[in-house]
Write a protein that binds this ligand. Structure first.
Ligand code: DOR
Ligand code: ZN
Length: 357
């Protein structure tokens, strides 16, 4: 009898489904052309909006390019109510006029800083942040956020230290020089980054990817080289992952959802010089739910995924909802993508949550 009643209590206590305000993805790579058409529907199925990264080839450096790109994104998600939020790619030559035009456009919501050479398609990025003062001044004035890929490119700096050194050499001086500039420290990976964000005022926030919450750097070397766990910033040691879990689990509004889902064809990942990027858009919200449940913070998921991002950007929260069911789903080994294969995170494995259609 005692066993039976305990079983019933357990059954009631175990969450079987959760309904959330429709979430947004505050850091996403959609690419262009056929790849865009293959991957965009995954995001539109889960998220209402996404901040779309501008690191195309050529990069989206002007409002004119962003106008053309947003049309292609909208065509790729036709028939859905998904809203792409566009970004401009900051260069040494971005003018204050271009920033003004971006702000006026209303559909460009931020400007992305890629230090030149830091990551995928960053060759056109910034060689010295001092060259961007006029643009940054205008962004500060307009309230247009700067989204930061926070890694130094100095080859003398250990790859695992590049985020921390970026804080000391670039981000700290930048926040001092532009005290009113809104900044999102993208895809943070270290306790140093989490602490930095916490120490700053409300104008500095951070996105946290699900892969940096799920894995530490061992995941890149488990039984051999694991190219599908290679991204930038690279996965860090366990104590840093724990700091990220603590940051999101604490329910602090400075930390919000940004997948950094980045599609690369299988053959380009499994190569002698594999590309950086992890594709998570196929099951992003279910993966975050799995992480939040594992740390006993499912009650914090909705604000992280659906409230803190729009609050930071000064945009309205979504009004619709999605429901996740405690129902296992098996992740496919790959998806077709522009005549190639795309290997998603957790390919061939099972996860406990499924988005209700
Ligand atoms: O892993 C990454 N992939 N990090 C980035 O910063 C860029 C992204 C991509 O575009 O593939
Ligand atoms: Zn990214």
């Amino acid at each position: 009898m005692q066993n039976t009643s305990w079983y019933i209590i357990r059954l009631i206590m175990t969450t079987q489904s959760i309904t959330l305000t429709r979430p947004d993805d505050w850091h996403l790579h959609l690419r262009d052309g056929e790849i865009l058409n293959s991957v965009a529907p995954f995001t539109a199925k889960q998220f209402q909006r996404a901040i779309v990264m501008p690191n195309l080839k050529p990069a989206v450096t002007t409002v004119k390019q962003a106008v053309e790109y947003v049309d292609r994104v909208l065509a790729a998600v036709e028939g859905t109510d998904f809203e792409p939020l566009m970004t401009l790619y900051l260069t040494d030559n971005t003018s204050a006029d271009e920033i003004r035009a971006a702000h006026k456009s209303c559909f460009i919501k931020a400007v992305k800083l890629y230090p030149a050479g830091a990551t995928t398609n960053s060759d056109e990025g910034v060689t010295n942040i001092r060259k961007c003062d006029a643009a940054l001044e205008e962004m500060q004035r307009a309230g247009l956020p700067l989204l930061v890929h926070g890694e130094v490119t100095d080859p003398g700096i250990d790859v695992f230290d590049r985020e921390k050194v970026f804080i000391d050499r670039v981000l700290m001086p930048l926040t001092n020089r532009f005290p009113g500039l809104k900044i999102v420290f993208e895809h943070i990976t270290t306790s140093d980054a989490a602490d930095f964000v916490l120490d700053m005022g409300a104008r500095v926030g951070a996105t946290v990817t699900v892969h940096h919450l799920m894995y530490n750097r061992n995941a890149m070397f488990e039984g051999g080289m694991r190219p599908h766990h290679y991204c930038l910033p690279v996965l860090k040691r366990e104590r840093h992952r724990e700091a990220l879990l603590h940051a999101v689990g604490s329910g602090n509004p400075k930390f919000f959802l940004g997948t950094d889902s980045a599609p690369h064809a299988k053959n380009l990942k499994e190569s002698s010089c594999g590309c950086a990027g992890i594709f998570t858009a196929h099951a992003a919200i279910e993966l975050y739910a799995t992480v939040f449940e594992a740390i006993g913070a499912l009650d914090k998921l909705e604000a992280f995924a659906s409230f803190y991002g729009p609050d930071f950007y000064g945009l309205p929260r979504n009004t619709g909802t999605i429901t996740l069911e405690k129902k296992e789903q098996r992740i496919p080994e790959s998806y077709p993508m522009a005549g190639e294969q795309l290997v998603p995170l957790m390919a061939g494995q099972t996860i406990p949550w499924t988005l209700k259609a």
